[in-house]
Design a protein around this ligand. Sequence first.
Ligand code: EPU
Length: 334
Amino acid sequence: MNIQTHYSLKNWNTFGVDQTAEAFVSVDSIDALKAALNHPDYSHHFILGGGSNLLLTQALKGLCIHINLKGIAVVQENENEVVVEAQAGENWHDFVCWTLAQGYGGLENLSLIPGNVGTAPIQNIGAYGVELKDVFAGCSALHRKDLRLQDFDLKQAAFGYRSSYFKTRGKDEYVICSVRFRLTKDKHRLATSYGAITTALGDTPPSPQSIAKAVIAIRQSKLPDPAVLGNSGSFFKNPVLSKNDFDTLYQRYPALPHYPQADGTVKVPAGWLIDTLGFKGKRQGDAGVHEHQALVLVNHGNASGKDILALAQEIQARVKTTFGIALEAEVNIL
Ligand code: EPU
């Protein structure tokens, strides 16, 4: 096992924050993963996927295990549908492109989301009207202590808005090794109701490929490319308010965009709240708020995790004072 000590994680997190791991190993098989979890010298482990939802504010203690399991295979097929299994270390967008190249539908709205396949279920990634749970057929995860592989179905994965069993009750208990997706070969279920998609499509007939193209264009126009400007996508979750709290706020802010939920609650865009407070494009040293999307915090170069956290905390305090809303971080802060 090739363990490296005092290892810089700067190139392993999309914020590009320079923090170290006490020890680091990349594993490309389940056996190597088990050996790493069983290593007698390290009792504390951190599981690293694509590093795209992570803010490192301190050095990591113990062994950082990078999941580098690779492979994509069709595991079930009938006339209209396929179930495709992807290993956790596959890059998410490359995997989406592979499904589109085969003519499979289902993942097009989730194009260009940074990160890897294995971490996608943890926060039930979602964009433009589709969430991972809509195409999830199951996943295989290794229990970190007893080292047994366990299968999770849709119900067991307990998906919610940017949440799952793996982020709540099962937090830090499992390593997701592979994920299965139910995709369409024909009669695609296309989600085009999101306004920006309708506009971007124009007269082009909707298909998995044309929707992916539209989503990529929208994302590229609004969201910074982590390879160019360090970031972790949306830093906060969109808050979900009770109907009463929403009504009170809406009276004061009639321009507030809002999305009524099936259970009577109302989701409001954190980006609008932050933007209204004038944070868009603001900088504190090298930590900043993106100029086109106030929900995205960015690293202009040499910001530390603590610099970015300080900016996030200032935003949280201002949103609380002005709107009475406690913004919850979406990014995993360590
Ligand atoms: N808005 C502003 N100012 C801003 C940003 C947004 O006024 O600076 C307003 C917009 O005008 C719009 C509303 O807020 O009315 C929603 O904005 P947008 O469509 O950009 O989406 P979002 O709610 O900010 C969510 C997801 C994104 C996902 C998009 C598209 C969360 C936390 N974020 O963002 O996911 O791509 O919808 O579906 O739910 C991510 O999770 O990392 C992520 C990028």
